[in-house]
Design a protein around this ligand. Sequence first.
Ligand SMILES: Cc1cc2nc3c(=O)[nH]c(=O)nc-3n(C[C@H](O)[C@H](O)[C@H](O)COP(=O)(O)OP(=O)(O)OC[C@H]3O[C@@H](n4cnc5c(N)ncnc54)[C@H](O)[C@@H]3O)c2cc1C
Length: 286
Amino acid sequence: MLRRFRLEEPQSVGEISELLGRFGDSAKLYAGGTELLLAMKEGLVHYERLVNVKGIEGLNEVKQHNGAIYIGALCTHHQLETSPVLKQNLPALVKLEENVANVRVRQVGTLGGNLCFAEPHADPGTLLIALEASLTAEKSNGKREIPAESFFVDAYETALEVDEVLTTIAVPIPAKPSGVCYMKFGYLERPSVGVAVVVNLNADRSVVDDIKIAVGCAGPAPMRVPEAEALLKGKSLDEATRNIVQAGETSGRASQAISDLHGAQDYKEHIVGVLLKRAFHSALSQ
Ligand SMILES: Cc1cc2nc3c(=O)[nH]c(=O)nc-3n(C[C@H](O)[C@H](O)[C@H](O)COP(=O)(O)OP(=O)(O)OC[C@H]3O[C@@H](n4cnc5c(N)ncnc54)[C@H](O)[C@@H]3O)c2cc1C
């Protein structure tokens, strides 16, 4: 049962920030409401004021500029799974978005809401970390860039300040020859384990010039795994292929997996390794 609240309808990011700063813990911004209204209906949280951001112009567009894709935080998952710009430049993100939740949630749920809620069993954060995305946080008197890697602090906790609004997610388009892959596993409503790999090869495709690995869902927050990347970066394809099992074990141990309804810690660690191997080969095949 939803308790009474007051609805604010600001017209600019500055106004949103001012409202959030003025009312502090008694107010909350909402976009699609798929997480927030559910939590309020179940009585888990209550806010006296909700700040509706859907009327803010310019935050629901996907644009390409100077080798990067700029995604407005209010873009819904459905917009992203059907975006021609993303299909052309970041098909791995399109595939991820096609498999988020169900069609009803994808129609109204936004990428910004997904990232800012920081629910551990979510997909986009993991891939955005591997892609080295940058998130723009704005408030009435300025803005700052937060690397995706530093945005997720803990379960349900981000680096955003109370009066900051996530406005844009900037994703560099990986230089060619490269491959990008996100894989997830789960049997409940939300994913149990997610792994993302971004591989750059040298010109004749014989050496792994660079690789980014991120794991999510297993632990409280998605994270990059530099120690696994070190086992593959700069190696010939043969050597990297030999090292991939070790990189998977390393990623599993680093994932901070916890035992919960989705599975036991050691099981999740094992699945991280399985997914990493598959994602690596899938990225190479691109
Ligand atoms: C049944 C179900 C299944 C799901 N399955 C998956 C899944 O498989 N994979 C997956 O990744 N996700 C899954 N989700 C999560 C889904 O992606 C999110 O519910 C959705 O993206 C949240 O977006 P929203 O706009 O509705 O957020 P809201 O509910 O409006 O907001 C969520 C939180 O984010 C804050 N917020 C929102 N936008 C901003 C902003 N621009 N700046 C600052 N703070 C902001 C709000 O204050 C609130 O605290 C599932 C959700 C449901 C309900």
